[in-house]
Design a protein around this ligand. Structure first.
Ligand code: ASP
Ligand code: MG
Length: 410
């Protein structure tokens, strides 16, 4: 018998029929003798609808009132699921965040969970009652309802699992796991059986939006075994776990992440002296523009080139700011391109292996893809390429690193 926290997202809760489907899944775990605590999201589209209502009346209104409104979506979901469980002959009880003292700070709209009172939940479990908890919400120090930020139900589930010392936190969603890359770009993408928290964070922050990033950080920090599964199709999903639970024969690369909306800015012939990087990037940062990759050449003849990337949405503004700074610095020219993309290999296996980068560069060269920029970390190598080559680059690397379905024999 295990204690399992199951989280069902908006799509899984999207209609009465789907809620009955969730109910059947919960019931089957209970009938196998497990204890289950459920966390749910609002029905799909509901949080957006509520947000539009709030904005419609006062878009600049206080965040506390926004949260008061947004939290109601989950309150409807918990009641509906509890009713469905009752109808199926189970005992169930729904709870809003405040009702089980999910205590947060007072950062309305992006509150952080500080503690959870597990007493009621554990007592319910012992009594054979299924607690159904509203995701995405808690109670601020002043007693107000606070929400955790979009996608926050994942974090609720992980926090519950951690507080309850659950054996597993299962996140049910509309995909059946984490894939080696986006199957829309590479149809041969394969579901991963296991992945580490660190890899998942890299894949999530690079655009594979399966889980809220904060929930993965939380799960990694508190060592909560996390499993992503489909609520529409049976299967084992993907287990997100600690590196020590990975096998040595696991592949070097776990996945390929990419993002399309990159832009690149280059300043040529800037003086090669202390303070130049700060002089260029300072004003960009002051304008709240996030800089991703940065490359500076070795200076020759007292001058150097400086290149960085920003999100495409910030390109025009960043270019204008950089032009201003560059003329003050007497740089020769500022150039840029807004149609860039970033492709990244992610894998803890590369920690102990040399040669991953050169294998990557060879594969891209053979496909005739020019690499504009490179950056590396312990478990990731990213390259910037022209956006028109993005799909080709992803497929080329997917094949070169043996990620296709079925897995290549070792
Ligand atoms: N309902 C909230 C949202 O749409 C929270 C969640 O779904 O996790 O962002
Ligand atoms: Mg979600």
């Amino acid at each position: 018998m295990a204690l399992i926290v199951q989280k069902y997202g908006g799509t899984s809760m999207g209609s009465l029929e789907r809620i009955e489907n969730v109910c059947n899944r919960v019931a089957s775990y209970i009938r196998q003798g497990h204890q289950v605590v459920v966390a749910v999201s609002a029905m799909s589209g509901e949080t957006n609808r509520l947000l539009d209502l709030a904005k419609g009346i006062n878009a600049k209104g206080s965040k506390r009132e926004f949260d008061q409104i947004l939290a109601t979506g989950e309150q409807v979901s918990i009641g509906l699921l509890a009713l469905a469980l009752e109808k199926a002959g189970l005992r169930a009880r729904s709870y809003t965040g405040p009702q089980i003292a999910i205590k947060t700070d007072d950062a309305f709209g992006k509150a952080r969970i500080q503690s959870i009172d597990t007493e009621k939940l554990l007592a319910d479990c012992r009594a054979g009652i299924v607690p159904v908890v509203a995701g995405f919400q808690g109670i601020a120090p002043d007693g107000s309802t606070a929400t955790l930020g979009r996608g926050g139900s994942d974090t609720t589930a992980v926090a519950l699992a951690s507080a309850l010392k659950a054996d597993e936190c299962q996140i049910y969603t509309d995909v059946d796991g984490v894939y080696t890359t986006d199957p829309r770009v590479e149809p041969k993408a394969r579901r991963l059986e296991k992945i580490t928290f660190e890899e998942m964070l890299e894949l999530a922050s690079l655009g594979s939006k399966v889980l809220q990033i904060r929930s993965v950080e939380f799960a990694g920090k508190y060592k909560v075994p996390l499993r992503v599964l489909s609520s529409f199709k049976d299967g084992d999903g993907t287990l997100i776990t600690l590196e020590e639970h990975m096998n040595l024969e696991d592949p070097l690369i776990s996945g390929i992440a990419f993002s399309r909306d990159e832009a690149q800015i280059t300043v040529t012939d800037v003086p090669d002296r202390p303070g130049i990087a700060a002089a260029i990037l300072g004003p960009v940062g002051d304008a709240n523009i996030e800089v991703d990759m940065i490359v500076q050449n070795i200076g020759a003849d007292g001058a150097t080139d400086f290149t960085f990337t920003v999100n495409r949405g910030d390109y025009e503004r960043a270019l204008e700011i950089t032009r201003g700074v560059a003329s003050e610095l007497n740089a020769r020219a500022v150039s840029g391109a807004a149609d860039m993309a970033k492709v990244s290999l992610v894998g803890v296996g590369m920690r102990n292996h040399a040669g991953v980068a050169s294998q990557m560069f060879k594969a891209l060269a053979a496909a005739g893809i020019n690499i504009r920029m490179v950056s590396t970390s312990e478990i990731k190598i990213s390259v910037v390429v022209d956006e028109m080559y993005l799909e080709l680059a992803v497929r080329t690397l997917h094949k070169a690193f043996g990620l296709e379905n079925p897995p290549a024999a070792a």
